[in-house]
Design a protein around this ligand. Structure first.
Ligand SMILES: C[S@@+](CC[C@H](N)C(=O)[O-])C[C@H]1O[C@@H](n2cnc3c(N)ncnc32)[C@H](O)[C@@H]1O
Length: 405
């Protein structure tokens, strides 16, 4: 390889900051996989720069808006273009002048990406990594059509022929993704009250990988019999049926129920009920249009003292590009959210501090983002997963007319 893949050793100081999460989950192999996925996104970004003819558009230095103008991309593509420029700058491939708005400029001719070589290394590290790399390849192949306005990310990546890619990606055999499920499962199991009659609601359950992780964790702790209800909700009938088929086969006898639910809409009108001990969502809440409203609605279906546990992909610094955005920046749902300068300044993945603010604004107590990413980022700046937790107030609140429910 022209630029060897050499992430160096994992910083062991992160191990002491993982809190309730077992450090065995974050071993050297996992660290190398995460770094490889990060580098893979950079090398795709380099090839996309060439495909989109980015270099001539950067002549003399240019802002995102100027580059967008010179390339004549549709307005809806500008956030994706911004990610591309930030990704290249974060990888040291472009210079960025920290003015407002930032100006990007070439350091010299951009090198060619080395994705084939990286894939070979990645698959030798962990064959499961192919599930992430395949989705990245499909997304990268879709960029030129979306940049030209000939197509949309949804048309390119949500057709029936692409479903297999998504099922493979949102899967517990895909360690780079599954870490979000695993952390959410541990955080959720640690917060469930003792005793039986437990009622759990999951939102955006997809094809069921987060449910599988939690049910596995409960089985490990001998707590499956404490469940009265596990209501897995998912708006896409295709994913929901898939989750229902697989989870009922794996956890026969568990009180599993399946329904459609949209976090952007009132939950009672969707027949969801209330009195839940836990609401779980993994990588779903960041697409809620009005995040404080959605989180408030979830609080209102919790029993007093019940917990919201949201596993989320996170950025640790403002404006930090996240590798998975190579895929998600192509989607309208990723961008079309309400922003707020304090609570949610940008679309897409949030920073830990924004989750804390949002959960507090939605009336949660004991708000935290786990593990301690504010300290972890000092030793490892690309720890892109975490869990936001908050507890519903213990005493029932008096009903207020016009509340978010
Ligand atoms: C990233 S996937 C995560 C799937 C699942 N949690 C897992 O980890 O396997 C996000 C899921 O959220 C669902 N979703 C998108 N918008 C939603 C909304 N407004 N309300 C509820 N779910 C939504 C999608 O259909 C998708 O299945």
């Amino acid at each position: 390889m022209l630029v060897p893949f050499d992430p160096g050793p994992r910083d062991p100081r992160t191990d002491t900051l993982l809190g309730e999460f077992p450090s065995a989950e974050f071993d050297d192999r996992f660290f190398r996989c995460c770094e490889l996925v990060d580098r893979y996104s950079l090398d795709h970004a380099l090839d996309l720069a060439r495909a989109l003819r980015l270099e001539p558009a950067l002549t003399g230095g240019a802002t995102v808006a100027e580059v967008a103008d010179r390339l004549a991309v549709p307005a809806a593509f500008e956030p994706a273009l911004a990610w591309l420029l930030e990704r290249l700058a974060a990888g040291g491939e472009l210079e960025v002048e920290a003015v407002d708005p930032p100006r990007f400029r070439s350091r010299g001719p951009l090198r060619a990406g080395e994705t084939a070589e990286l894939r070979a290394l990645g698959e030798a590290l962990d064959p499961g990594i192919a599930r992430t790399l395949d989705l990245f390849d499909a997304a990268a192949a879709a960029w030129p059509a979306v940049a030209s306005g000939r197509s949309t990310g949804e048309q390119e990546l949500f057709s029936m022929g692409r479903i297999g890619l998504w099922i493979a990606y949102f899967h517990n055999a895909n360690r780079a993704y599954a870490i979000s499920n695993r952390m959410a499962a541990v955080a959720a199991a640690n917060r469930l009250r003792p005793g039986g009659g437990l009622r759990i609601l999951e939102i955006g359950a997809g094809a069921g990988s987060a449910a599988e992780a939690l049910l596995d964790e409960l089985a490990r702790r001998g707590r499956l019999a404490d469940l009265e209800l596990y209501l897995a909700t998912e708006p896409s009938p295709f994913f929901r049926r898939r989750a229902e088929r697989d989870l009922k086969a794996r956890f026969a006898g568990a009180p599993l129920r399946f329904a459609g639910a949209d976090v952007d809409l009132p939950l009672d009108e969707q027949g969801i009920g209330d009195g839940f001990d836990l609401v779980l969502g993994v990588n779903v809440l960041h697409v809620a249009r009005d995040l404080v409203g959605a989180v408030s609605r979830l609080r209102s279906v919790l029993a007093p003292g019940g917990w919201l546990v949201a596993g989320e992909c996170l950025r640790l610094f403002s404006g930090q590009p996240v590798p998975a955005e190579l895929v998600f920046q192509l989607f309208k749902s990723f961008h079309e959210v309400e922003t707020d300068p304090r609570l949610r300044p940008l679309h897409g993945f949030l920073e830990p501090r924004h989750w804390r603010e949002i959960l507090a604004a939605a009336g949660f107590d004991e708000v935290a983002v786990l593990p301690d990413l504010d300290r972890i980022r000092e030793h490892y700046p690309r720890f892109f997963a975490g869990v936001a937790v908050g507890r519903a107030p213990r005493a029932p609140e008096p009903a207020t007319p016009g509340s978010h429910r």
